[in-house]
Design a binder for this molecule. Structure first.
Ligand code: SAM
Ligand code: DTB
Ligand code: SF4
Length: 331
């Protein structure tokens, strides 16, 4: 029953069968796969920093940083390198090994701000942390420059299924997203791509999203699973709260179909108890965002997470443990 090989040929029916299996059986199977492929005592600790906040031209219905929604998020210019590095140092001292810089951009532009980001990437890399960026679409040249500057990973979420995408975002397409993922992979940068639940999607959409991720020619090294943070002023502000068992099902299914991937229990932890988060770790989550802010919304503090790690017997994973392979996803 347990498949120990890495498969990229999953069918939607196979994934649906796993996703819809009895919950405790699903978690048991995921926990078994987790033990076969990962050190279950280790959890990767990543810290986010919004280096360029708000004013984004895109219309992602969940996002507090979209200029067209009235969410109260102030538009800020690109942060100074010194401030970014001092925040990264604090995160490192608190046990974080990956530092992810987010910019509310549709795409990266070849301008002075990009040069400044390259400098920040160099600086964070020199701190011995895995540097990640999430800044929208990228060209091959920009990806190569980022890689050369020491960028380790790039986050670019598919967010939901191909079918549900246009209900959530109209200013770009699912294929635009896949194209950027290919650009990142080709440049030899570790791929971080996942999505959000609670957008009003069906179970079929969730299965569709996991199908997209697990049938890329190579699985993303990281798959963040976010629970929607319902921000006032966004079109999704009144969506129902994500049920913890839905989060557990997503994490467990992701773990089973992408055994070597870091599955990140991402946005939404402030609304979860320690017991609920423990269930997510049991189901195969082995990465979190730590620090009291995500990009613009709250997150548990380093101290709260330290106490949780002690209670659950978890330890932060060291940096640069994974193997990153560069392949061209399109023939
Ligand atoms: N602008 C870039 C982009 O969209 O790729 C990078 C920054 S964007 C804020 C990064 C990711 O944050 C989105 O793809 C989405 O998955 C996640 N995100 C944004 N707002 C969220 C929310 N309210 N709840 C959960 N996840 C959210
Ligand atoms: C990801 O999958 N989740 C993070 C990170 N990648 C960039 C972002 C969550 C953002 C939540 C809303 C906010 O704080 O603005
Ligand atoms: Fe802009 Fe990214 Fe927010 Fe979409 S998710 S509005 S692209 S910052």
């Amino acid at each position: 029953m347990y498949q120990d090989e890495i498969r990229t040929d999953w069918t939607k029916n196979e994934i649906a069968e796993i996703y819809n299996s009895p919950l405790l059986e699903l978690v048991y199977r995921a926990a078994t796969v987790h033990r076969n492929f990962q050190d279950t005592a280790e959890v990767q600790v990543c810290t986010l920093l919004s280096i360029k906040t708000g004013g984004c031209p895109e219309d992602c219905a969940y996002c507090p940083q979209a200029a067209r929604f009235n969410t109260g998020v102030d538009v800020q210019a690109l942060m100074k390198k010194e401030d970014v590095l001092s925040y990264a140092e604090k995160a490192r001292a608190a046990g974080s090994t990956r530092f992810c810089m987010g910019a509310a951009w549709r795409e990266v532009r070849d301008n002075r701000d990009f040069d400044r980001v390259l400098d920040m990437v160099k600086g964070v890399n020199q701190l011995g942390m895995e540097v990640c960026c999430t800044m929208g679409m990228l060209t091959e040249e920009q990806a190569a420059k980022l890689h050369e500057a020491g960028l380790y990973a790039y986050n670019h979420n598919v967010d939901t299924s191909a079918e549900h995408y246009s209900d959530i975002i109209t200013t770009r397409t699912y294929n635009d997203r896949l194209r950027t993922l290919n650009t990142v992979r080709k440049a030899g940068i570790s791929v971080c791509s996942g999505g959000i639940i609670g957008l009003g999607e069906s179970h079929e959409d969730r299965i569709g999203m996991l199908h997209t991720l697990s049938t890329l020619p190579q699985h993303p090294e990281s798959v963040p699973i976010n629970a929607l943070v319902r921000v006032k002023g966004t079109p999704l502000q009144d969506n129902p709260k994500v049920d913890i068992w839905d989060m557990v099902k997503m994490i467990a299914t992701a773990r089973i179909i992408m055994p070597k991937t870091m599955v990140r229990l991402s946005a939404g932890r402030t609304e979860m108890t320690i017991a609920e988060q423990a269930f997510c770790f049991m189901a195969g989550a082995n990465s979190i965002f730590a620090g009291d802010k995500l990009l613009t919304t709250p997150n548990p503090s380093f101290d709260e997470d330290k106490a949780m790690f002690e209670l659950l017997g978890l330890k932060p994973r060291v940096a640069f443990k994974e193997e990153v392979k560069s392949v061209d996803l399109v023939a």
